[in-house]
Design a protein around this ligand. Structure first.
Ligand code: DGJ
Length: 787
């Protein structure tokens, strides 16, 4: 709800648990009074105001009328450069006469019942999302800036964006146009960003905010794995379950910047938007520039609550409503199984095996088109390779459908290889500069999506592909960052627009295709998680999280990813061992257990599975399907963190708290292990729960020569019989099935069976091993169940 106190010129935006309060300052600048835990509407707002009663030494007074007021220490909602605020501006302009001074003052406001929709850009949507619109105007330049604040009450989210209107007779160069700026008092806040690179995306990185400027950004043309366009500020008392924190996430898929600046007065400025590096936009008279939307949230109940706010927004207000709470199929992807080396026979063999395991969707990855037998050619040639698939995609899809499985396909439409028909016909469609030999990434170049004809071409060619067969899923890949940034379609003074125009071209293309093919489930991918952001999620309801399918690396990747994104968008596959990315061996059950806290897929050569693996995988899929809604859409809690402890604990719980699933993931086996007790604060103290451990199995390899101690029969690990049995024998792990009161689980915790202590093995021992894990299904006891 938004209330405007017109006389006091105060605007109070309230969500269920937070308040954001804005005030027009006496100078007419737009100021911020407060952002945090919900406050009453009926308060004395003066108590929130900063005191500007004394002159602050060595500052520039905004006006002679009040020498105590300087913009440099004021909390401002739209700071610019030139009138004494020497912190980072939110917008920066180069005016016709060369001046860079602007001074935006309040002009008017209105409260809109619904959120306005702008040009084709992703955004948070919803019915009756009250929006505050405030107009600011700079007299000298005749520039208008309209700020939009939308209130997603149930999610405790405020979204912000601005629109810049050039009302002058002259062109203006916009050099910086961020989506938000917020000033708050520092309460010893730390900044958490989610940083990484290929196969190590979204690693948690926390740093103290010292005086100066911290900037995280992308200049890669995509939001990038280096820094996710999402960050958190938290105070020192904050942990997963308690404490104050703020989250900021940009709905944008290109170059971005996030700035946290601490000034000498212990004030913090927080900003986010399109990267101002290499950005300049000539804004002609009567034209507008629209910034992407940014999402703000606050929690006083720790990081989990902050994440859940964002998860709720993503599930309800960002992803395509047609996919809301719709179970995502268990998929098989042939990439790690075959790479480029496949033909129809091989694929169908895999598909038949997949069906037998219980897989619902068969995905054909890279290599099905043009002359593509490795990654040096054919991107751009989106017609089938008849050598590999003589009967084409249509027949392959039909045959897969006949097996009662859905069919999905991989594309990488934004890219082109020199060695392609498309390049022969349209060398001018590539992003490059005539005097530079273009630099390649994975042997490929990027198509110039700033050109309407390129977008139209891709639209046409993909429309043909998607309508040529029964394609129900599409993995949309993008495997290089953008260099050689130059477009011959833009004039010299418009080259600074290219990064943003590329993103707008992509959004245009995605919008057309997703509207034309509403039934196709799109999964975004960029060498794994190089473009994992809310912009892509608006068009594609899930993302391939990382090319790293090693389960232990995934502990860290998924734990970090969940901070900003729900498990219902996190593609997570079981692959073979040793893992391709780190040559590590992790147990098959852990590979599943972790993937189950996401969108489960299998990506290994299932035609070579041992009987042990086949039986275990079948059981895994059965279990996942039995709890698919809960796994994919349950409320997610992170408990123990693998970054800080030897275990990671994850829980998904149903809205009514009648069901939950607990996952325990161990880093390394410790000698003489500690005793475990796991508090489950998300459960209901008034209920009674039954806790049932998922049936999990070891192969005999777990024990090797020790098997004689673990089994009643004597087996020599060096003998043939052992080798015959190791691929067949399902060694059952301990069972656990008990009834426990909710208040015990909440206040004292769940006490699983004791860990292996080096003193022997029997049914009472919970042997985890390196990278071992367990899953427990927890549900409210039925009426007739006995204790
Ligand atoms: C990168 C993706 O992340 C992989 O999963 C796979 O699709 C390859 N591209 C194919 O080239």
């Amino acid at each position: 709800m938004i209330k405007a106190f017109v006389k006091e010129q105060i605007f109070h935006l309230q969500t269920n648990n937070t308040s954001y309060i804005i005030k027009v300052l006496p100078s007419k600048h737009l100021g911020n009074l407060y952002y945090g835990k919900k406050l009453d509407f009926d308060i004395d707002y003066q108590n929130l105001e900063l005191k500007h009663k004394l002159e602050v030494g060595s500052q520039v007074a905004y006006s002679n009328e009040d020498k105590t007021f300087t913009l440099n220490t004021a909390f401002l909602e739209m700071p610019t450069f030139g009138k004494g605020d020497f912190r980072e501006p939110m917008c920066h302009f180069r005016l016709n006469d060369g001046s860079r001074i602007t001074d935006f003052l309040y002009q008017s406001h209105q409260i809109l019942e619904n959120k306005p929709k702008f040009q084709e850009m992703p955004e948070a949507f919803g019915d009756k999302i009250n929006t505050l619109e405030i107009k600011l105007y700079d007299q000298a330049s005749s520039l208008e800036v309209i700020l939009y604040y939308s209130c997603f009450e149930d999610q405790d989210i405020i979204t912000r964006r601005i629109v810049i209107n050039n009302k002058s007779q002259n062109p203006v160069i916009v050099e910086k146009a961020l989506s938000m700026s917020l000033d708050i008092n520092n309460e010893d806040y730390s900044l958490t960003s989610f940083d990484g690179a290929w196969i190590k995306e979204r690693q948690i990185n926390q740093q103290k905010i010292n005086p100066g400027i911290i900037k995280i950004d992308s200049k890669k043309g995509v939001s990038s794995a280096d820094h996710n366009p999402f960050f958190v500020l938290s105070n020192k008392y904050c942990n997963e379950l308690q404490g104050k924190c703020y989250g900021f996430s940009l709905i944008y898929s290109g170059n971005f910047e996030a700035i946290v600046e601490r000034n000498p007065y212990n004030q913090i400025r927080i900003q986010m938007g399109i990267n101002s590096f290499d950005f300049y936009w000539e804004l002609m008279p009567d034209k507008s520039f629209i910034t992407p939307e940014v999402v703000l949230t606050f929690s006083d109940q720790g990081y989990n609550r902050l994440s859940q706010n964002l998860h709720n927004l993503i599930k309800n207000n960002i992803i395509n409503p047609d996919f809301k709470n719709i179970n995502r199929p268990v998929l098989f992807n042939n990439w790690e199984a075959t790479m480029f080396d496949f033909n129809q026979r091989k694929l169908l063999k895999l598909a038949k095996k997949a069906k037998k395991l219980g897989i619902e969707l068969f995905v054909l990855d890279d290599g099905w088109f043009g002359q593509r037998n490795d990654d040096t050619s054919s991107l751009g040639d989106w017609f089938v390779n008849r050598k590999k698939l003589p009967l084409g995609i249509v027949k392959l899809a039909e045959k897969i459908n006949k097996l009662d499985m859905k069919f999905g396909i991989w594309v990488e439409p934004e890219m082109i290889n020199f060695d392609s028909e498309l390049y022969k016909n349209h060398p001018d469609w590539v992003i490059s500069h005539p005097k530079h030999k273009p630099s390649l990434g994975r042997n490929q170049l990027v198509l110039d999506l700033a050109k309407a004809e390129v977008v139209d071409y891709l639209d046409e060619v993909l429309t043909n592909l998607f309508s040529s067969a029964n394609i129900e899923y599409c993995k949309w890949d993008m495997n290089r960052n953008i260099s050689d940034l130059y477009s011959d379609s833009l004039s010299p003074k418009d080259q600074g627009k290219l990064g943003h125009l590329y993103v707008l071209g992509l959004y245009q293309l995605l919008s057309r295709l997703t509207r034309k093919f509403p039934k196709i489930l799109f999964e975004s991918c960029a060498s794994g998680g190089n473009r994992f952001d809310l912009g892509m999620l608006y068009y594609m309801p899930q993302i391939w999280t990382s090319d790293n399918t090693d389960a232990f690396s995934r502990y860290f990747i998924q734990y970090g990813t969940y901070f900003g994104y729900p498990q219902s968008v996190v593609g997570a596959h079981v692959s073979d061992i040793p893992s391709m990315q780190v040559i590590r061996k992790t147990p098959l059950e852990t590979r599943f257990n972790l993937s189950a806290f996401g969108l489960l897929g299998y990506e290994l050569d299932i035609s070579l599975l041992t009987p042990f693996e086949r039986k275990v995988i079948k059981k895994q899929i059965e279990f996942y399907k039995a709890h698919q809604q809960l796994f994919q859409f349950g409320k997610l809690y992170r408990l123990a963190s693998p970054y800080q402890e030897n275990e990671m604990h994850l829980v998904v719980v149903s809205e009514d708290k009648t069901e939950a699933i607990l996952g325990i993931f161990q880093n390394f086996e410790q000698p003489n292990a500690e005793f475990s007790k796991i508090l489950l604060p998300m459960l209901d103290i008034t209920k009674k729960y039954r806790i049932i451990k998922r049936e999990q199995y070891f192969s005999l390899d777990m024990f090797g020569h020790l098997v004689k101690h673990a089994l009643p029969i004597k087996l020599n690990a060096k003998a043939l019989l052992f080798h015959l049995l190791r691929n067949r024998y399902l060694f059952k792990t301990e069972t656990e099935d008990k009834i426990v009161e909710g208040d015990i689980l909440v206040h004292n915790g769940f006490i699983p069976k004791q860990k292996f202590m080096g003193t022997g093995y029997n049914e009472q021992v919970r042997l985890m091993g390196d990278f071992g894990s367990r899953i427990y299904y927890i549900r409210e006891v039925y009426e007739n169940e006995k204790n």
